[in-house]
Design a protein around this ligand. Structure first.
Ligand code: XCC
Length: 653
């Protein structure tokens, strides 16, 4: 499209907001490679029963679909039951996946403390703080304490549903716990909660939609404090708390002269080990012997975000220097097929979720090796597995590099790499923001109080083709910063704004006057990267810290959440958690609940009187920004901060 710079005149420039993806789509179309965009078209029109959540396939009488003529399933289940049960089942998937991630990190922390892995405990201070907070003797030697903490987290995963989660007790604001206590939704052990929720959501067990919704909230709180805050905390202890760093994003980071290994998924453990191994002369020499200039690790999706957040801490652990083998972030979920279709990717390490089945056909068209590095993942047609084992990961990393070098030798000449790339400043966390602000969050709080920054919105989660690849996310973020609202990103949205150049201090030019002034004074971008979707836990920690500093409940803050292109089940759990946490939570596309007037009303209206949060569904980015801004201004008025806004805007409210 004409407004895109460097247009090469391709025929398919309307599929994505990113020029590089458009150029790659032109290539895949010419090569006859089917991608997510083509399959999306082939699926139209899609079933409206599924879209509205009113299709039940649980028993052999089904599928039952609710219509005016048939308002109940054969068993008698109503639209309300079916919709609430389907929503719970989506959330269950999300919670289960987060639990797997947390378990992998906890057992890695333990093995590391026992000296069995190539990792080294990076944030001892956080280890002592958290261990002390959950009642462990924080004066014990580091290794002993890390083992005790890992064991405690593993025990939290496995304890009974009737034993409240310690991490909720320790990390949640008191006022939140009171709200959740009243609703009876403080969760116990996560695996027990999952068992109960799965049982409840079987056909002919729980049909009360309100109970099903409360169970969904309960599971989402378990996600928030175990899968999100718990995982982020253990990863920080193990791999380091993010520090501000610089990198680049978009497909233009790919160097065809290198052996290119992609870290793809969510769990950054194998990727980190491969980066460490790739820095050795032995591995680089292996690549040179094959005719390459060296080895590069490229980030993709959330694993890439995890790695780039810790470039200053997780690479060369002996020197602490920023990692040199990391090339940057290639893109997000929708980018994966296009990344491989460049023809310059030698190996993709697929960990846990978001590797799409369609990737195999693209890899087969080139020389690219797909390898699953998590025992949970088996992709149809992929026979190479190097399943992560903490105790073996040093050798596994060398094995993976060896496989990539072998693949490089098979690489063909059919390579096309779009030349676009953007600079990125990343590595934000509560700690690094406080560090950048001179040791405390006070300057940021001052900016919020004065109205220079009206509020904060966490724009998080996936990418989705329903409204065009990354278009909704980028437009919404631009609208928000224009209105002096600071944006925090995590998940696939991060790649979207990185590629569009919003995560550099210079992007302050696109912000309103107030936010622009703050960004310039502090040297920060108007859009801060918090990392992967797991790092929504980091946002929870940040909002909790701001609420504590202002002495109010999170639901009273001029803060909101948005998942403008939510895609999969973990995002559903995240969204419900944000509502439980008391935040206005903007979602797009429309979640599959509209077939039930009751569930829709509870989520978009009634729940506000219970948790303080609610769902806002809006597909237009400007209207979504309008509604979010209205909410933020109302919260400011509630806190008596109107004067600040009047001052900042130079007018009276
Ligand atoms: Fe997957 Fe996290 Fe969603 Fe992107 S953001 S589509 S989960 S990679 Ni979490």
């Amino acid at each position: 499209m004409s407004e895109k710079e460097h247009c090469v005149g391709c025929t398919a420039c309307d599929v994505s907001v990113h020029q590089s993806t458009c150029e790659m789509y032109d290539r895949t179309t010419k090569l006859g490679i089917s991608t997510v965009f083509d399959r999306y078209e082939a699926q139209q029109p899609q079933c409206t029963f599924g879209k509205e959540g009113i299709c039940c396939q649980l028993c052999s009488h089904g599928p039952c679909r609710i219509t005016a003529k048939a308002p109940q399933g054969i068993c008698g289940a109503t639209a309300d039951t079916i919709v609430a049960r389907n929503l719970l089942r989506l959330t269950i998937h999300g919670v289960a996946a987060y639990s797997h991630h947390l378990e992998e990190v906890a057992r890695t922390l333990k093995a590391t403390a026992q000296g069995k892995t190539p990792y080294r405990i990076q944030d001892e201070q956080k280890l002592r703080e958290v261990a002390g907070a959950i009642g462990l003797d924080s004066t014990r030697p580091t290794g002993e304490l890390a083992i005790a903490l890992a064991d405690a987290v593993l025990a939290e995963l496995r304890k009974g549903a009737d034993e409240p989660l310690a991490l909720v007790e320790v990390f949640a604001p008191r006022t939140r716990k009171e709200v959740w206590q009243k609703l009876g939704i403080i969760p116990g052990g996560v695996l027990s909660e999952l068992r109960d929720a799965l049982t409840k959501s079987m056909s002919n067990i729980t049909s009360d939609p309100v109970d099903l919704l409360l169970t969904t909230l309960r599971l989402a709180i378990a996600t928030g404090y175990m899968g999100l805050v718990g995982t982020v905390t253990l990863q920080d202890i193990l791999l380091g708390t993010p520090r501000i760093s610089r990198t680049q994003a978009d497909l233009g980071i790919i160097d065809p002269g290198m052996v290119n290994i992609v870290a793809h998924g969510h769990v950054p453990l194998v990727g980190t080990a491969v980066m460490q191994a790739a820095q050795s002369e032995k591995m680089q020499e292996l690549a040179r012997a094959a005719g390459a200039k060296g080895i590069r690790v490229l980030g993709s999706m959330c694993t890439g975000q995890e790695i780039l957040q810790r470039l200053n801490v997780s690479g060369d652990q002996s020197t602490g220097e920023q990692v040199q083998v990391f090339a940057g972030q290639t893109g997000n979920w929708i980018s994966q097929e296009f990344l491989v279709a460049t023809g310059a990717i030698d190996l993709v390490m697929m960990d846990m979720n978001c590797s799409i089945p369609g990737l195999k056909a693209v890899a087969d068209r080139f020389h690219t090796r797909l390898v699953s590095v998590d025992r949970i993942l088996r992709m149809a047609g992929v026979e190479e597995h190097v399943d992560y084992e903490p105790e073996k990961v040093a050798e596994q990393a060398e094995e993976l590099i060896g496989m990539a070098v072998e693949a490089y030798r098979q690489r063909g000449k059919d390579i096309f790499i779009p030349r676009h790339k953007s600079d990125v400043v990343a590595g934000f966390s509560v700690e690094s923001i406080a560090g950048a602000l001179g040791g405390s969050l006070e300057p940021l709080l001052g900016a919020i109080k004065s109205g220079a920054v009206k509020g904060i919105v966490a724009v998080v989660g996936c990418t989705n083709n329903r409204n065009g690849h990354d278009g909704m996310s980028v437009s919404l973020v631009k609208e928000l910063i224009k209105r002096d609202i600071l944006v925090i990103n995590s998940g696939c949205v991060s790649s979207a704004t990185q590629i569009e150049g919003l995560m550099v201090p210079e992007a302050a030019e696109l912000a309103g006057e107030g936010l622009q002034g703050i960004c310039k004074a502090l040297g920060i971008p108007p859009v801060l990267n918090f990392g992967s979707c797991v790092d929504i836990g980091r946002i929870d920690v940040a909002v909790t810290a701001i609420a504590a500093a202002l002495g109010v409940d999170p639901s009273l803050l001029p803060v909101a959440a948005s998942a403008p292109e939510y895609l999969e089940q973990k995002a559903v759990a995240d969204g419900v958690f944000a509502v439980a946490f008391g935040l206005l939570t903007h979602l797009a596309p429309v979640p599959p609940v509209t077939g039930s007037a009751l569930v829709t009303k509870v989520l978009t209206q009634d729940i506000e009187s219970l948790t303080g949060g609610k769902v806002l569904v809006e597909l237009d980015p400007v209207k979504a920004a309008d509604a979010i801004e209205t909410h933020i201004l109302a919260k400011r008025r509630g806190l008596g901060l109107e004067a600040g806004i009047a001052q900042a805007d130079g007018e009276k409210i």
